[in-house]
Design a protein around this ligand. Structure first.
Ligand SMILES: [Cu+2]
Length: 282
């Protein structure tokens, strides 16, 4: 189809208007979402693709088994097959239904291990962020950048700005650059938490006394939401994660302003133990 000049201009105007009016890109759960949603990193893409392939294999198996069941129930019903077969052993068939599932599991295992390996092979990091889970908030520290450390607490519903998701927005987002290898050092100050950002394909347990490592490279600017996904106490559901990816130059500007203490909400909000021992502090 050949597009006339007028039509092209019209399309360009629509695209430009959409781009101009679209609010800051945000990736998190959506109403009625079934699938993985946005894939904000290469790892997230690998995980989602693997999931889709495994689901496809599972669906084919379910359909074959269901078809066989329906066929047998119809073909060998009592009225049509009054004299039941007395065959009790069929070694070849038994061999096949033992070996075939092993082959299928093997076929799934190969790409699955490849994804695991990609996650575990951490490239030389360009930025390190130390993440500490507390009951019930996250503390972020940038060890390469002196003085950049802050606590990140969930925003109460009454403080939300338009477009900010309830139960996911925080007072201080973790700002990181796009296109760089970001290493997360994950630990905990009290109980086991879990640092989980589904759209980035990141999940790492935060265990007291241990420093776990994981990494991500974020493709494009935006806000990526996550939550603690290890039951960690009363306010487990109220310690969300908001990662804001910015172009490297904007990230540098953020670092400078945060170091100077001019960024809203920067700094350590409260001594963790005081919050941890508070009754239902929220
Ligand atoms: Cu937690």
């Amino acid at each position: 189809m050949v597009w006339g000049h007028g039509r092209l201009t019209w399309a360009a105007t629509v695209v430009a208007t959409l781009l101009a009016t679209t609010p800051a890109h945000a990736a998190g759960p959506e109403n009625w979402q079934i699938g993985f949603g946005e894939r904000g990193s290469h790892i997230a893409t690998l995980i989602a693709n693997l999931h889709d392939r495994v689901i496809l294999i599972g669906a084919v198996i379910v359909l074959i088994v269901l078809g066989l069941l329906v066929f047998i129930a119809w073909r060998y019903r009592a009225s049509r097959n009054p004299e039941a077969s007395r065959v009790a052993r069929m070694p070849l068939l038994e061999f096949a239904w033992t070996v075939l599932p092993i082959v299928i599991v093997g076929v799934i295992a190969v790409p699955s291990l490849a994804v695991l390996r990609h996650e575990a092979d951490i490239p030389p990091p360009e930025l390190t962020v130390k993440v500490t889970g507390f009951q019930w908030f996250w503390r972020y520290e940038y060890p390469d950048h002196d003085g950049v450390a802050f606590d990140s607490l969930m925003l109460p519903a009454e403080e939300l700005q338009p477009g900010q998701p309830r139960l996911l927005e925080v007072d201080s987002r973790v700002v990181v650059p796009t296109g760089q290898v970001i290493e997360f050092l994950v630990t905990s100050g009290d109980v086991v938490h879990s640092f989980f950002i589904p759209t980035l394909g990141v999940q790492m347990y935060a265990i007291p006394g241990r420093l776990n490592r994981t990494w991500v490279r974020i493709d494009r600017p935006g806000v990526y939401y996550g939550q603690c996904n290890q039951i960690c106490g009363l306010d487990h559901s109220f310690m969300p994660i908001a990662i804001e990816a910015r172009a490297p130059a904007e990230f540098e500007a953020w670092l400078a302003s945060t170091r100077a203490g001019t960024t809203d909400g920067a700094g350590l909000a409260a001594p963790p133990m005081a919050v941890a021992s508070g009754e239902g502090a929220r």
